[in-house]
Write a protein that binds this ligand. Structure first.
Ligand SMILES: [Zn+2]
Length: 310
């Protein structure tokens, strides 16, 4: 009874936002962003908020993504006024540009320790934080490692906070920004890659934005961890994430974009996986078919088997 009441209360809070997801402009996904294949497998038809958002997977490489997916303009409006209230309604507490900063500070300290061996003593000067939110992480990294920090994010309220921390700020999506001839020694993509509209294009872009011998930090929400912990595939899908990455698909993305993975770490939260990467030669590797089939088998099992008794 208690959990039903909590579910209904959550649904009431989300309904009260009045966000009409079904009315937003969306584009069908014609082919897989990772491998280009066009044979897709529909996995789910609702997301964790109850919105009619369909997630599909690529039948060849196992990449999972929203399909159809909101346009860049619709996502721009979403981040301006809907995203934080929606996440707040889902969790039943206020999560905004102010409250997230304490959480981001802890995250920044933990990830700086992960990156330290790859940054210290390398003579790096500049850093770009893609999707850097309020700038807490970029500010911490800049101070720890003596870097000049630049941050790009689509949420104006969060960028304003970052500007106050003394970072150079750019408001927008990285996919649409012209960096000209600028290069950066360090690029960080923290808790952001799942929000991008074009992961492959962004990683290829980042590869060109990095100086020779530079460093990329990126982390993912592990889709498998997300559905296994809640024993629900729908519960792991949300309109704020166009992509649902796993270690298998993210490693393929990085290698295809021309990155060598220097170190991988499973986060203490048992949800995120972090990667420190150096520029390398691009390779056209894809996940092995038996690993892709294992992912589909596990998804079907979670969808159809009764959950563990708790
Ligand atoms: Zn694919």
């Amino acid at each position: 009874m208690g959990s039903d009441a909590a579910f209904l209360e959550r649904r009431r809070r989300i309904d009260a936002l009045g966000y009409d997801y079904a009315a937003q402009p969306r584009d069908a996904v014609a082919s897989c962003n990772l491998c280009g294949w066009s044979v897709l497998v529909e996995l789910t038809h609702r997301d964790r908020y109850g919105y009619p958002a369909r997630a599909s997977a690529c039948g060849r490489c196992g990449l999972v993504f929203l399909d159809p997916r909101m346009t860049a303009d619709a996502y721009g409006l979403f981040y301006q006024g809907v995203y934080r209230p929606l996440v707040s309604a889902f969790h039943g507490r206020t999560i905004d540009a102010t409250t997230i900063q304490a959480e981001q500070r802890d995250y920044a300290v933990e990830r700086a320790a992960f990156l330290r061996p790859f940054v210290e003593g390398r003579g790096f000067r500049t850093m770009l934080d893609i999707g850097g939110s309020t700038g807490v992480v970029a500010h911490h990294f800049a101070g720890e490692f003596g870097l000049e920090g630049t941050l790009i994010d689509p949420a104006p309220l969060e960028v304003e906070q970052a500007r106050r921390l003394g970072l150079e700020t750019l408001t927008g999506l990285v996919e649409g920004h012209d960096f000209g001839a600028r290069r950066f020694d360090v690029v960080v993509i923290c808790q952001t890659v799942d929000h991008l509209l074009d992961v492959r294009g962004t990683l290829e872009r980042v590869r060109r934005l990095l100086t020779d011998g530079g460093l990329l930090f990126v982390d993912i929400v592990d889709f498998r961890a997300a559905y296994l912990r809640g024993w629900s595939v729908e519960g792991a899908v949300k309109i704020d994430h166009p992509y649902y990455l796993t270690d298998m698909t993210m490693t393929a993305y990085l290698r295809r974009a021309g990155f060598d993975v220097l170190r991988t770490a499973f986060a203490a939260d048992h949800l995120h996986i972090s990667y420190a990467c150096a520029p390398g030669a691009a390779s056209d590797v894809l996940p092995e078919p038996d690993r892709v089939e294992a992912l589909f088998s596990e998804v079907r099992f979670v969808q159809n088997a009764p959950g563990p008794v708790v």
